[in-house]
Write a protein that binds this ligand. Structure first.
Ligand SMILES: *Cc1c(COP(=O)(O)O)cnc(C)c1O
Length: 480
């Protein structure tokens, strides 16, 4: 039996590479990453979608070991291209993030040391490190120190976690569900409705409050709707405001909405997945001043702090309510509590074992300090204003409302023909060339193009080039 175990050991020890092997693999992987980053200026922002069968065949698990060169080559051919190049500075569609490089090194350290960041007694340092990110975020927002928070994988999960807390705090159960009203607008991100469905509240009434000409929630319409719902015996429960809608970047009037929430005793949630962290820069500071009135709020470092995908911050104003919704115990978990202990992340989120994800923000903030992040946010807002102002001086172009943050809409008005159809073809033509990647949306029944300027790699040169590409394609199409 011992012999057999030793035989297995000889093989299983391959899981722990020796220093020499490690050196070789690390060098290949680092070279690969550096080549990717260094080549970004020449890479397209959009490339054709390959056939799914080709991808499945190329990427399937082969069971036998493959040489590292071949593995990385496969990645570069089949994973790094196709669709949107989200790392490109010429990607201004959807909401870019970029992928700040030191964040990748943070993930590397997290994975190597593999600390158990879900439970305080298991890894007090890891829990403290993640708490420092929550505290820094709370400080940026002037959020009161009654809060508690979670670091989760993305905005959808963070919004859902907030809504679970609100559901439990307000006792939205049984018969109360179908009488309870959630106030949103047509521009609220679809993850809110999806989240309500997942947490068993699809029978709540979803009230779409009217927006003003800037696509911001109308506070008057909100108040009128709440009053009417009350008179009709319903239970106005939750307001979801957006501090930066995904569609146009519009910031709902947070102060007026907070006043209404207070007056009528509703839970006030702010979805700041896109825009919340703009509170850090001068251009966003005043606009987001009252975000701290929220009972719960969500901000995405993987958008506005330029990190790779996989980090969202959730803050809940009343830490007791947060804890009440998620704390749990089990016989196999030690009962560990002392006055000095921090609350375990596992008691504030659906997750038990979790990615030690705070490191990917903590490390860049330690290495770089806050200033480059603040400057980059200001730069993106100013680039968006520059794009908006320049495009409207160009013949044939029309722009949407003045941008609140770093998203703006625009379209070309051709001399003849259908405007919507022209702009759809314009978008396709731009994407087919692939030098830049932008996106479109529908506003008031019109198809418009949309620039979301939020990649750490988007600077003045990229925006000038974007405008050149757009005017070139519009002229080409006009001549057909
Ligand atoms: C991106 C976004 C979300 C969803 O966040 P994910 O991280 O993609 O899950 C929610 N709300 C708004 C306003 C967003 O921009």
């Amino acid at each position: 039996m011992r012999d057999q175990i030793l035989e297995l050991e000889a093989i299983s020890r391959q899981l722990e590479p020796q220093p020499a092997d490690r050196d070789v693999i690390v060098q290949h992987v680092i070279d690969y990453g550096h080549r990717f980053v260094d080549n970004l200026p020449d890479m397209k922002a959009h490339t054709p979608i390959p056939e799914a069968s080709v991808l499945r065949e190329a990427l399937k698990i082969r069971n036998d070991p493959q040489p590292i060169d071949a593995v990385l080559d496969n990645l570069s051919q089949h994973v790094d291209q196709g669709g949107i190049n989200t790392a490109s500075g010429r990607f201004i569609g959807y909401i870019p993030g970029g992928g700040q490089y030191y964040a990748a090194l943070g993930d590397y350290i997290s994975a190597v040391i593999n600390r158990y960041a879900g439970v305080y007694y298991a890894s007090p340092g890891a829990v403290a490190l993640e708490e420092s990110i929550l505290q820094w975020t709370a400080d940026v927002l002037d959020y009161p120190d009654t809060y508690s928070g979670s670091l989760v994988s993305g905005g959808s999960i963070a919004n859902m976690t907030a809504m679970i807390t609100a559901r439990d705090a307000c006792d939205i159960t049984d018969d109360a569900i179908k009488k309870s009203v959630v106030y949103v607008t047509d521009h609220t991100h679809h993850n809110i409705e999806k989240g309500l469905h997942i947490i068993g509240l699809s029978r709540c009434i979803l009230r779409h409050v009217a927006v003003d000409e800037h696509y911001r929630m109308s506070a008057d319409a909100l108040e009128a709707a709440i009053k009417e719902d009350r008179e009709n015996g319903l239970n106005p429960w939750l307001i979801v405001a957006s501090s930066g809608t995904t569609n146009t970047g519009a910031v709902d009037p947070l102060e007026a909405i907070a006043d209404i929430a207070t007056q009528y005793n509703l839970w006030f949630h702010v979805d700041g997945a896109y825009g919340g962290y703009f509170r850090l820069c001068p251009e966003g500071r005043d606009l987001l001043e009252h975000i701290n009135r929220a009972d719960s709020l969500v901000l995405n470092p993987h958008k506005t702090l330029f990190l790779p995908y996989g980090l969202s911050t959730l803050l809940i104003k009343d830490s007791q309510k947060h804890y009440a919704a998620f704390n749990a115990s089990a016989d196999y978990l030690p009962d560990f509590s002392s006055d000095d202990a921090m609350v375990s992340p596992a008691d504030l989120s659906p997750e038990l074992t979790k990615h030690f994800r705070g490191m990917r923000l903590w490390l860049p903030l330690q290495i770089l300090g806050v200033e480059p992040f603040r400057a980059a946010m200001s730069e993106k807002i100013q680039l968006t204003r520059y794009f908006h102002e320049t495009m409207q001086t160009k013949a044939g172009w029309e722009v949407g409302a003045y941008p609140d943050l770093s998203i703006t809409t625009y379209r070309f008005i051709p001399q003849r023909g259908d405007v919507n159809d022209f702009n759809r073809r314009l978008l396709q033509s731009v994407l087919d060339e692939g030098r830049i990647s932008t996106s479109g949306t529908v506003l008031d029944g019109n198809f418009v193009l949309r620039a979301a300027i939020l990649s750490l790699r988007t600077h003045l040169a990229e925006i000038d080039e974007t405008m050149d590409v757009l005017t070139y394609h519009a002229e080409q199409l006009s001549q057909q």
